[in-house]
Design a protein around this ligand. Structure first.
Ligand code: F0G
Length: 460
């Protein structure tokens, strides 16, 4: 059979509330044209993020009931620790309430003023945590990634020669760690090849620089390696994951993505002393090292989710359903990041709305329009998110302006996605009439979460 179906049945449903355009106009105005400020119940299809929004399985719900809520040394902690150690292979595991809490511990201990951290592309909170302790976060995506439309696999790779140059220019002693984000969320959700992971690891270790992986979407990345990289088709995703992390000294994880959990994260390392420093900080702000800000039941759900995500029937369905949306939009002629990534479809808003200047936020304009058109919530990944330099305060266009449609795991069916495709196709027909935006108010950092916007009327 050619048709790839959902490898699950639906047992519980959540109703969706419909709305009309004038209701949505009112709500959006009240939210300052910022979709983060909307009430979720006022959204018909929520593609804001794939983080913490997945549907848990019957097994994961059952595991919640087994949660041991003891303050120290709970049974749930040992189950969680075992699952993480077994899959990722690192002896030291530090639980955190989500990915950015892991990033904060990581950056507070490893980074300080004047140090430089390279990554294929930093996610916004990763960058913000590095910059918050005075470090400089440098993105080194591979050359292929610059051409959003280019159809080649593994556009999430890091540029190895750029990394060599950075090490030569800055000096290995000023690079406390090299990060690699799998899949590369801010770079179009593209996967990283095993060859690239191996090359980054080799270079890092020649220069005695620790190498850590941002593992949020590790299973989706491993599935791409199995499907597309020579020499991996006979290996299981689980084996591929083991090889990926074998090259690293540790990892940071938000369990809200590939672990299907609504909350949670962790930090792993092989370095016992470093782990002790992280644990000391953990107690200060997150919690005791055997729960790190999570309830016992959350630890249980993550332990189940980490195993489930390695199911290759699930991964086939997951990657194919994202590809379906990307390919349908591509067929209509809508400019998207090619090829399809794992967790999201990214529309190239600068090419969709070429008449809107980057500093008038084409990605945000498109996000606003998609909500008005059909009640779909998406997120801008572009100049609103990355355009303001944290050190200088100067605003300049981001490398690109994308609109991300992040697909929650196991939540929406194909007809939900057909609705999304139809809405975008309708906007595409009248794209010239869409106008740009200006920022009315913004906070000093991570402005995309709370900035307020207004329309800039089309002149003439
Ligand atoms: N790293 C990456 C690559 C991420 O995508 C995220 C979160 C984080 C770290 C931080 O994890 O949210 O648990 O604190 N990404 C979400 C998103 C929010 O929508 O892409 P967190």
């Amino acid at each position: 059979m050619k048709t790839v179906i959902e490898p699950f049945r639906i047992k519980m449903v959540e109703p969706i509330q419909f709305s009309n355009r004038s209701q949505r106009e009112q709500r959006l105005q009240a939210a300052g044209l910022n979709l983060f400020r909307l009430k979720a119940e006022d959204v018909i299809i929520d593609l804001l993020t794939d983080s913490g929004t997945g549907a848990m399985s019957a097994e994961a719900w059952a595991a919640l009931m087994r949660g041991d809520e003891s303050y120290a040394g709970a049974r749930s902690w040992y189950r969680f620790e075992r699952a993480v150690q077994e899959i990722f292979g690192f002896p030291q595991v530090i639980p955190t309430h989500q990915g950015r809490a892991a990033e904060r511990l990581f950056a507070s201990v490893m980074v300080r003023s004047g140090l430089v951290v390279p990554n294929n592309t930093h996610f916004d909170t990763t960058r913000a945590n590095i910059e918050a302790v005075g470090g400089r976060a440098v993105d080194l995506p591979c050359a292929d990634a610059r051409d959003l439309a280019l159809e080649v696999p593994f556009k999430g790779d890091m540029d190895i020669s750029a990394l060599e140059h950075l090490i030569a220019n800055v000096g290995a002693d000023r690079i406390p760690v090299i990060l690699l984000t799998v899949t590369n969320n801010s770079g179009g959700g593209q996967p990283v090849s095993m060859a690239n992971i191996r090359a980054v690891s080799k270079l890092a270790h020649i220069h005695r620089i620790p190498f850590y992986i941002d593992a949020c979407r590790f299973a989706e990345n491993a599935y791409f390696i199995q499907q597309q990289e020579a020499g991996y088709d006979a290996m299981s995703v689980r084996e591929i994951v083991q090889e990926m992390f074998n090259y690293a000294d540790g990892c940071l994880m938000s369990a809200k993505k590939d672990a299907f959990a609504n909350i949670g994260g962790f930090l792993c390392t092989r370095d016992e002393q470093l782990a002790e420093e992280w644990r000391r900080l953990l107690i200060l702000t997150e919690g005791f090292p055997t729960y790190g800000g999570l309830a016992g039941r959350d630890l249980e759900a993550i332990a189940v989710g980490l195993q489930e995500v390695l199911d290759e029937d699930y991964l086939r369905y997951r990657i194919r359903s994202t590809q379906y949306v990307a390919d349908q939009l591509h067929k209509i002629g809508i400019p998207t990041v090619r090829p399809a990534g794992g967790h999201a479809v990214y529309i190239d808003a600068r090419r969709f709305l070429p008449h809107i200047e980057p500093l008038q936020y084409p990605g945000q304009s498109l996000a606003v329009e998609l909500y008005l058109e059909a009640g779909i919530r998406s997120v801008e990944v572009g100049t609103v998110m990355f355009g303001r330099d944290a050190h200088t305060g100067i605003e300049s266009p981001a490398k690109w302006d994308l609109l991300r449609l992040a697909i929650p795991r196991r939540v929406y069916t194909r007809s939900h996605m057909d609705y999304v495709i139809e809405a975008i196709a309708q906007i595409w027909q009248r794209r010239e009439s869409i106008c740009g935006l200006k920022i009315v108010s913004e906070p000093p950092y991570l402005r995309h979460f709370s900035a307020r916007f207004d329309w800039i009327p089309v002149s003439g």
